[in-house]
Design a protein around this ligand. Sequence first.
Ligand code: FDA
Length: 401
Amino acid sequence: MTYDIAIIGAGAAGLTAAIFAAQEGARVIALDGAPKIGAKILISGGGRCNVTHDVVSPDDFFGTRKAIAKVLRTFPVEATIAWFREMGVELKREETGKLFPTTDRARTVVDAMLHACGAEIRTSARVESIARGFTITLKDGQTVAARKIILATGGRSVPKSGSDGAGYGLARSLGHTITETFPALVPLVVTPGFWTTELSGTSTNAELIVRGSTGKTLARQQGSTLFTHFGLSGPAVLDVSRELLAARRDDPAAHLVANLLPGETFESLERLLLDDAKKSARNILRGRLPERLLERLAPATPVANLPKEERRRIVRNLIELSLPIERDRGFDYAEVTAGGVPLTEIDVSTMASRVCPDLYLCGEILDVDGKIGGYNFQWAWASGRLAGRSAARDLQDHSVE
Ligand code: FDA
């Protein structure tokens, strides 16, 4: 039997594509190498699945923003919320603007999507090769024939979930190129023994700044920063990791500094300490920083008793703390993959490949990655829906001709 559409990879984007393609009346099969569907959705958002964000703009993404905007416009957040409601998943907005299922369970999302999906889904069906035409060969040697293919194999992050980068080889075999990939939204490892590793579990609101070797500010992110036994994690760190790692590709000496008192400058903090010089820096700053950080960075000596150089060193460490980042934690711990199939090779009005007829691509396999906050899923829903609908509608157009 020849299927109308075969979808390779039934993660967030592939499952969405399957739902919409089947709704259009196409005979659809979704093939996934994993034994169970939805591994990545289930681990997302700490098991709660941050489905989307209250406000999604192309500026929340890295990649070709004009093309990204075009895709996002086809499925705005309000339409996404309505779609989830139709599937029986109510979303709630948290203070940060992130949207989660009201059940606080990612399982609700996976179950609802599987229930809504009119396509045949085959698990433990790892695709090894695709011959144009199309004949898909699975790892166990079986073949599947389809008129159209939607490639939705994701990136390389958390490979044990099933997304191990094999999809890039499939895209290449069909004529696509792949831009260099690297981990994004990834925890960062500091030089072993750096003092912050003793503060494991402490988190604070900090401004993280990527500086080039010339000292130029290349990027900044403010938010929760978590000190761990290996280095740094937390939302602001994950967001800034993308920018630090990208900067280091051109400028290996690019580095990270933290302002632990966002809003304060060297001058304003020094003034604050001098205005209350009978007190210690620790007392003056109590309540503005976690106690463990204060103990480390702000001495109990009255400010007036500190030599000028010592006072300035304290201020510098609080405002411009240099963080010796040795490396990132790699794809095993990265939430997304930067790089992939360039959008220039995709017709973003349909998600059709410009290099291989009857092929469509969606989701993280493309050279698009978003900030933390639900943006990556929004890209998966929007690009998946567009690919599924377009593939099915193109079939109808051709059957009329
Ligand atoms: P995804 O990786 O989801 O799916 C790809 C599928 O293809 C997999 O099921 C895989 O098994 C299958 N596959 C791969 N190769 C194959 C082959 N050769 N043959 C057959 N099948 C194959 N985003 C967000 O917006 N909010 C959040 O809360 C989070 N949280 C989060 C936590 C963690 C720990 C991670 C790792 C990631 C997130 N993300 C996130 C990111 C989000 O999960 C990610 O961007 C999307 O799942 C990408 O969707 P895709 O469908 O493109 O790939």
